[in-house]
Design a protein around this ligand. Structure first.
Ligand code: DGI
Ligand code: FE
Ligand code: FE
Ligand code: FE
Length: 186
């Protein structure tokens, strides 16, 4: 549709070609998952197209938004990986005029997930992880799982991300642990 083309042009001005190609693959996978799980296709498309809109913004930009919008000051302790979704949603709201809270929440949650996620949010979280350009051990299995049991695939991603962060001794955002606990079935 016309609005999709306009959104694509807006996103393209913000990111490298490589990241733009990733975003289009996330959109395609989000549409496939949305069709399977009865999520509105246009909403899934928009959420996927904007999810990494802010990924190449500077730390200074994010810190300015945290201050201006009086977001939780604790956010300042973290980095681009958290800010591009959580803080980036404010930029998508202000710069692209996207006010749909389900879309903005899916963007906010796309990196770390959340204990409670809408189907839309689960679709974007999974599509980002399993888009056809991704290659990691188990990707074929988790792609299949996302079409068989969406919630189980959310748990799979969260567990594997946590294992990856622990193995490289990375800092773990407490929200990542909250997501893990929310989706653990044991
Ligand atoms: O923006 P993308 O690269 O498409 O994907 P993303 O937004 O899902 O970011 C994934 C990265 O975020 C991945 O390298 C793992 C990292 N990440 C997720 N949760 C945490 C985290 N990194 C740290 N240090 N701590 C976390 O809790
Ligand atoms: Fe991202
Ligand atoms: Fe992700
Ligand atoms: Fe992404």
């Amino acid at each position: 549709s016309g609005s999709r083309e306009a959104l694509i042009e807006a996103v393209k001005t913000q990111v490298s070609n490589k990241r733009f190609e990733h975003i289009l693959r996330v959109e395609q996978m989000a549409l496939n998952l949305a069709e399977k799980w009865d999520v509105d296709l246009e909403t899934a498309s928009i959420a996927a197209l904007v999810h990494d809109y802010a990924k190449e913004r500077s730390d200074a930009d994010f810190l300015a938004v945290i201050a201006e919008k009086k977001l939780d000051p604790d956010l300042k302790q973290w980095g681009n990986y958290l800010w591009h979704g959580v803080v980036g949603a404010e930029l998508v709201h202000d710069e692209l005029g996207i006010h749909n809270q389900d879309i903005l929440d899916a963007m906010r949650q796309h990196t770390t997930g959340a204990a409670y996620m809408t189907q839309l949010s689960q679709v974007v979280y999974m599509a980002d992880y399993i888009e056809m350009g991704r290659d990691f051990p188990g990707v074929a299995e988790v792609r299949q799982l996302a079409f068989e049991d969406l919630g189980a695939s959310v748990g799979w991603q969260t567990t594997h991300t946590l294992q990856y962060l622990l193995a490289k001794q990375g800092r773990i955002y407490p929200g990542t642990i909250t997501t893990y606990n929310g989706w653990s079935t044991k």
